[in-house]
Design a protein around this ligand. Structure first.
Ligand code: NAL
Length: 338
């Protein structure tokens, strides 16, 4: 796989392709970042962007993970002290998940977002951005009413962080795209109080997984079923067993006309195949014996043809997810034992 393919595999969108191709020519020493609001336990949504970061490290990039403590505070996730504590737990879980500790830098938002220059730049963006635009940028992240003043300051700060952290590529789930577009349009025109170079940076967006039980809408950690690093092997088995998995990549809409996806196939594609060269689906001899796949497409083809039964696909998915999650689960157990 060439560098550009590795960088963009499974990405839903790159902005712009031309800019990312230029980065792919010489990734060595370039910095990519992703930011997360600290939460105590990683869920499969975090792991999906982390999988992309692992691709990017393999391509030669340095990774910066922003532990967005001030953002979590603005989004009403707790007291500042609580948020700082959960950020520590999160850092350890990311490393356990497989990020290269020598190529990963963790930065707290509060380490630069309270500086005078930064605050003045934020105010400059507040002057140049309409309320409507900021609310729209926040709507998909927050999923609620974005009714507080903090909800419109949040996306402006995120847009600014991309230049403050001096990043070459911003990575995020597709729910971050409006903030990234705001960055690209509003930040380059700023005069700036700081000596930063206010150039728009390219962005890469990862898919959002579908709801595990129904395939309708997004998988969510706040409502519905999600997979997290706190899950035991049995929890994962149960959740994946109950997942929506018709024998097709393109399920029919449900009775109310809602679009549906196949979340089991999505997890194979976005979480499992990027981390394992081959996937083995174990089956008793009497049912045809083990099946071995080198890529996602052949597994999906077999599910569609009936060669691979959904129940067997689910069993294998649960085993591979468990293998990915186990090291982080141990880290959590150690932290809780302290
Ligand atoms: C991501 C988040 C918050 C602040 C950021 C600043 C710079 C880069 C990325 C950032 C969290 C993200 C979320 N908005 O929804 O998890």
């Amino acid at each position: 796989m060439d560098a550009y393919e590795l960088i963009t595999r499974n990405a839903t969108e790159v902005v712009t392709e031309e800019e990312v191709r230029a980065l792919a020519e010489d990734p060595e020493g370039k910095r990519v970042y992703v930011g997360y609001e600290p939460s105590g336990v990683l869920h499969i949504g975090h792991m999906l962007t982390a999988t992309k970061l692992i691709d990017l490290q393999e391509a030669g990039f340095e990774v910066v993970v922003l532990l967005a403590d001030v953002h979590a505070y603005l989004n009403d996730k707790g007291t500042f002290a609580e948020i700082r504590e959960t950020a520590e737990r999160m850092r350890d879980q990311f490393l356990a998940y497989g990020l290269d500790p020598d190529a990963t830098e963790f930065v707290y938002g509060s380490s630069f977002q309270l500086d005078e220059e930064y605050v003045l730049d934020t105010h400059e963006l507040e002057v140049s951005t309409t309320l409507n635009r900021a609310q729209r940028a926040m709507a998909e992240i927050q999923g609620g009413e974005t009714a507080k003043v903090s909800h419109v300051v949040y996306p402006l700060m995120q847009a600014l962080d991309i230049v403050y952290l001096d990043l070459d590529l911003a990575v995020g789930g597709l729910d971050q795209r409006k903030v990234h577009m705001l960055h690209r349009e509003q930040v380059p025109g700023m005069d700036g109080e700081s000596d930063h170079d206010y150039e728009a940076r390219p962005c890469l967006h990862t898919p959002i997984l579908a709801d595990l039980d129904t395939g309708v809408g997004k998988m969510s950690s706040s409502s519905g079923t999600t997979i997290s690093m706190e899950d035991s092997a049995d929890d994962i088995d149960d959740k994946i067993n109950g997942a929506f998995c018709p024998p097709t990549r393109d399920p029919e809409p449900d009775d109310d006309g809602n679009e549906r996806e196949n979340p089991v196939l999505e997890m194979f594609e976005y979480s499992v195949f990027p981390r394992f060269d081959t996937v083995v689906v174990e089956r008793p001899e009497q049912y045809g014996g083990d099946l071995t796949y080198d890529d996602y497409a052949s597994l999906a083809d077999d599910l569609e043809s009936g060669e691979l039964h959904p129940a067997d696909a689910k069993g294998a998915l649960a085993d591979y997810l468990n293998e990915l999650i186990a090291p982080g689960r141990e880290v959590l157990a150690e932290l809780d034992a302290e």
